[in-house]
Design a protein around this ligand. Sequence first.
Ligand code: SF4
Length: 332
Amino acid sequence: MSDGGGAARPSRMKARSDDPWLSVHAIAEYTFCPRAGLIAYENRRADPDDEPPAFDTLPRFELQAVEAEIAQQMKLLFRWLWAMLVVATSSPISVYLKQYWYLVLAGVAMIFITWQSLSVLAVLQELHRRRRVLLESRSAEPDPFHEQMQPVNWFGLLNLGFQSQVVNEPLRDGVWNFEGKPWRLLIRGDLVIPVFRTRSAQESPREPQVAKCMAYCRLVSVVYERECPYGIILTGEDYSGFAIPYCEMFRRDFHNSLVALRHLVQATGYGRDTEVDYEPRKCSGCHLGRPRSPSSGERVVRFGAPVPVKTNRDGMHSDCGDRFEWEPPYSD
Ligand code: SF4
């Protein structure tokens, strides 16, 4: 299968049998900084944007989960109300039996039950608000032939008839040798659209995120054997984001990073060291250059073994500093 565009060069994209398997995360990191891409490849760490469909995130993004949670909270509320009724009706009996100590106990119990009931009511109020947002959200459907980013809304897309599907296993492309797992797929008819969320709130997606989105589009087109006109990036904790067209202009960074990272991995393999490019201006906010104490966090590894820690004057070290034996110019 070609990469879906006439201008792309399938010959350079196609992997040989001994080429390394890359992850979408490492390719996106390479787009940010070659050193970050190599560290992501060598350490095979989970993508921090990857989020399993955990209990606390589901009610924010799925109508069924919101409704299931509402039913659960209603049951809890009825339990507390039932407990309140039992305490209230037993109090006159204790007076009749002259068991006045029970009234003190009942008073404390009533305060506790009231507090619990109010907490459940607050949760219910928030869940109903989310349900209303979910049902009332509107979004224009992205034009599959448009070659610019288009704003979208997650719930608006669901209301257009897209079904959300969790991806359990990474999607794999055995022609270009890379794999990755989008956060969700949106499916309607023949359309399969990859979606991922980035935790950083921002006005528009950055290059590494666009590269990641394009990589997911390619994986969907290979695995599901159909055209994938765009991918979606949801930004921050909001329900809104962007549809990124799977066109040459946006695919370029993904293609270049995949090929360059493949070559870099080969050039640095088998213990051979090589100069790896970086742009100092990017180090100031890079989490891989952030100094930390040697006792905290995971050590970076190379060839399966932790690399020696390279501490600075203050006894701190960083992942990039350890891997490339230097002190990145990090600043908060
Ligand atoms: S600290 Fe600088 S050189 Fe190292 S990965 Fe980050 S941006 Fe790249």
